[in-house]
Design a binder for this molecule. Structure first.
Ligand code: NAG
Ligand code: NAG
Ligand code: NAG
Ligand code: NAG
Ligand code: NAG
Ligand code: NAG
Length: 519
């Protein structure tokens, strides 16, 4: 949580620094305002043939004055930065859609053929939607965002990265950015783009820790008109970079051993199921773990209530990412969200886990999560096999009354044993070795990936159980092998047997605040 607050103050410092830097431009703008104000005051005394009325003009000025202290102000300030920073390519009449004329008029060629023209207006999808950018080494950065999906499928948008030192007598540095598309073909209007900006290996960016700004130059690949958006994606204020983080021989123990990066949470989630999931995993991963959840509308007030005790203990951080709903991507832009989480917390955790809130990680009773992770240390990534559980069939060994009172993972004890060619996997990574990630595994990393960890670690998957707001048990059984709707199931009490320990852990850790949580 403290980290989050740091980020906030950092952002504020950043803005102040921004304003300070361009105070010359600011003065200019203020001067212009003063002139306008004088004009407005004098206007009533001018001859009445003057076409605009004074009140109109005053109204207009007051709007400027009011807005100049708010969000709009930054855009006023930002522009000079860009003009200084890069020669922005000419955008002829583009900004002013109304007056835009075709580049060439339609005409009849000598052979009688009519030469037609095509003129684009506006933008159907943004060229780049920035979520955030992070430093990943002395000379490397990752920029995470969205971009128009068809643009990436059918055209060749490219990226360049430029470092602009705060001290203008230092040299700017320009490099090609490498785009990583992580969505496995699943994008919609938007796709997720991770731009890896790596400067030449002998350079250190911001070597004296005097600050600067990283610009991303994003082109659409339209050869007819050079449309390049130059986006300030990251600003480092003086003395804020901790270079020791990036030196492998100075490597300190990370703040967390295990960090959970959740993907976008949406829909009508059951508070009780979330309560069970978080209690189970806080106990499972232990003291040196942390959980990052992303709220795309799924963390309603009731769900937040069950997270609150854990947030107060510093075990859980929630990010509100509802604003990304404006940009239509695959499942609430989950690919962008997990990549942001990867880069944001990359140097704070030894291992990162990626799975869902209807999934429960499990290691055999004779081992512990730490012994398993030590044995997998040589791998940058391993995938985790799933145990598919029914989310309707309950084991009724103790009679219905007691069954209904049990937690979901205790009573949903029937495992689906139908043979299927392949089931989805989830995964964990050592984030320092990973450059971009996906939902089921990362394909952009250095080091080895291991796919045979099923003897050591697995996950139980209660598909669909999380977003139903009622008693999950639709059918009660008490056999060890059953067939339901022609599908074979076996009784698997692995999770059921841990139930009591988890409930005890919850009460011991946060008290009985959540006892009256509803399905
Ligand atoms: C900027 O100000 C105008 C009115 O002056 C307003 O319509 C617009 O929404 C503002 N833009 C932002 C980003 O707040
Ligand atoms: C960018 O990619 C290079 C290798 O391709 C890697 O060494 C570097 O760490 C990456 N940067 C980030 C921020 O992920
Ligand atoms: C900017 O850099 C120049 C040359 O490296 C140095 O002489 C000067 O003191 C620096 N200015 C500030 C404000 O740090
Ligand atoms: C676009 O930029 C390139 C390289 O700067 C230049 O060669 C080309 O003429 C430009 N095209 C237009 C239409 O401005
Ligand atoms: C459970 O098993 C007992 C016998 O072992 C049987 O009498 C009882 O009807 C079963 N209950 C259900 C719900 O199937
Ligand atoms: C962004 C912002 O603060 N806009 C304001 C601009 O000024 C008008 C009129 O004073 C307000 O209504 C807007 O909210």
């Amino acid at each position: 949580m403290a980290k989050e607050r740091d980020q906030n103050t950092k952002d504020k410092n950043l803005l102040i620094c921004f304003l300070w830097n361009f105070s010359a431009e600011l003065k200019l703008a203020l001067m212009a305002l003063l002139v306008l104000c004088t004009l407005a005051t004098l206007l009533p005394f001018l001859p009445s043939s003057f076409s605009i009325s004074a009140s109109e003009l005053r109204f207009c000025i007051s709007r400027i004055a009011v807005n100049s202290t708010s969000v709009n102000f930054t855009t006023v300030v930002e522009k000079p930065v860009l003009d200084n920073a890069v020669k922005l390519t000419e955008k002829p009449v583009l900004d002013n859609g109304v007056t835009k004329q075709p580049l060439t008029e339609e005409k009849v060629l000598n052979n009688g053929v009519i030469k037609r023209t095509f003129t684009g207006y506006g933008w159907a999808a943004y060229n780049f939607v920035l979520m955030n950018a992070y430093r990943g080494g002395v000379n490397t950065f990752a920029v995470i965002g969205l971009s128009s999906k068809p643009l990436h499928v059918y055209s060749h948008p490219t990226y360049r990265c430029e470092w602009i030192p705060l001290n203008q007598s230092d040299n700017r540095i320009l490099t090609d950015g490498t785009k990583i598309l992580t969505d496995w073909g699943y994008g919609r209007v938007y796709t997720t783009v991770v731009v890896n900006c790596t400067f030449p290996s002998n350079t250190v960016i911001n070597p004296k820790n005097t600050g600067g700004t990283l610009l991303l130059h994003a082109t659409t690949g339209d050869t007819d008109r050079n449309i390049t958006d130059s986006i300030p994606v990251l600003t480092e204020t003086p003395n804020t970079v901790d270079f020791a983080l990036y030196e492998s021989n100075l490597r300190r123990r990370e703040k967390y051993d295990y960090l959970y990066c959740g993907s976008s949470l949406y829909g009508n989630l059951s508070p009780q199921r979330i309560r069970e999931w978080i209690a189970y995993h806080v106990r499972f991963f232990g003291e040196r773990s942390h959980f990052v959840l992303h709220d795309a509308g799924g963390i309603t007030e009731e769900v937040f209530e069950v997270l609150k005790p854990w947030i107060e203990l510093g075990r859980v951080t929630v990010h509100d990412i509802r604003e990304q709903e404006r940009f239509d991507g695959y499942y609430h832009n989950q690919f962008m969200v997990v990549n942001d989480c990867l880069h944001r917390y990359r140097f704070m955790a030894k291992w990162m886990f990626f799975f869902d809130v209807d999934e429960f990680i499990y290691v055999p009773a004779k081992s512990s999560i730490s012994s398993v992770m030590v044995s997998l240390e040589e791998y940058s990534q391993f995938t985790i096999e799933q145990m598919p559980m029914s989310s309707q069939l309950c084991y009724d060994g103790d009679g219905p009354a007691r069954t209904y009172r049990k937690w979901g993972f205790e009573k949903l004890a029937y495992r689906d044993v139908k043979k299927v060619p392949r089931r989805d996997r989830k995964y964990a990574v050592q984030p320092r070795n990973v450059f971009a990630t996906g939902v089921h595994m990362s394909q952009h990393l250095q080091g080895k990936t291991y796919h045979r960890a099923e003897g050591k670690i697995r996950y139980f998957h209660y598909h669909g159980s999380i977003s139903q707001r009622r008693e999950p048990c639709r059918h009660l059984y008490n056999g060890t092998r059953i067939v339901h709707e022609n599908n074979p199931y076996v009784l698997d009490t692995t999770m059921r047997d841990i139930g009591l320990a988890v409930k005890t852990f919850e009460i011991r850790t946060i008290g009985d605040r959540l006892l009256r949580t509803r399905q």
